[in-house]
Design a binder for this molecule. Structure first.
Ligand SMILES: [Zn+2]
Length: 177
């Protein structure tokens, strides 16, 4: 069993790995302390805009996300994890480096390095998620249904296999007549 905090942080890392550019603002509002402020474009410290645009200084969030996604596909190998936790570029200018503090994103990366079986890609929606047991194939992230309610991939798959069983077995009723 993993401590709740570690699992929660890993879930946030998965959320970040799935993030679309339009969702950046709401992600930051929801998880203000997950990354240092300098991680985000408007939080950078004393770096000329032109250099940031040229991408010469380590990560911007999108490049970090690309690296994270490739780590997710390859079960968090050491060399990728080192790049993911080492303060680079703008992160070097943050308190992370100056005061030696650690951030939730770093412990989440290390957690998935230690338990790489948890880093999965949902077979239904193809988003990254953190599994609670090794055989899990579908995520449990809530999303809206066309009928205005909520569902998740794991529920969809349970329903599907139930329907499949029902069709095959005549819904438990005897056949014929
Ligand atoms: Zn899913």
């Amino acid at each position: 069993m993993a401590p709740k905090k570690q699992l929660a942080d890993a879930d946030v890392l998965a959320e970040f790995a799935n993030l679309e550019p339009a969702q950046v603002v709401s992600f930051r509002q929801k998880h203000p302390d997950f990354f240092p402020d300098t991680f985000w474009p408007d939080g950078r410290v004393g770096l000329p805009e032109i250099l940031v645009k040229a991408g010469e200084f380590g990560f911007d969030w999108k490049r970090y996300q690309d690296l994270l996604r490739s780590a997710w596909e390859k079960a968090f190998p050491l060399e990728k994890c080192i790049r993911l936790i080492a303060p680079s570029g703008r992160l070097e200018q943050s308190e992370l480096y100056v005061f030696g503090s650690t951030y939730a994103y770093q412990s989440a990366v290390m957690f998935l390095h230690e338990q790489p079986w948890r880093a999965k890609i949902c077979e239904e929606c193809h988003k990254r998620f953190v599994a609670d047991h090794a055989k899990r194939r579908y995520c449990s992230v809530a999303r809206a249904t066309s009928e205005g309610g909520w569902t998740k991939c794991s529920e969809i798959k349970i329903k599907e296999s139930h329907n499949k069983w029902g069709r095959k077995n005549n819904w438990g009723r005897p056949r014929g007549r």
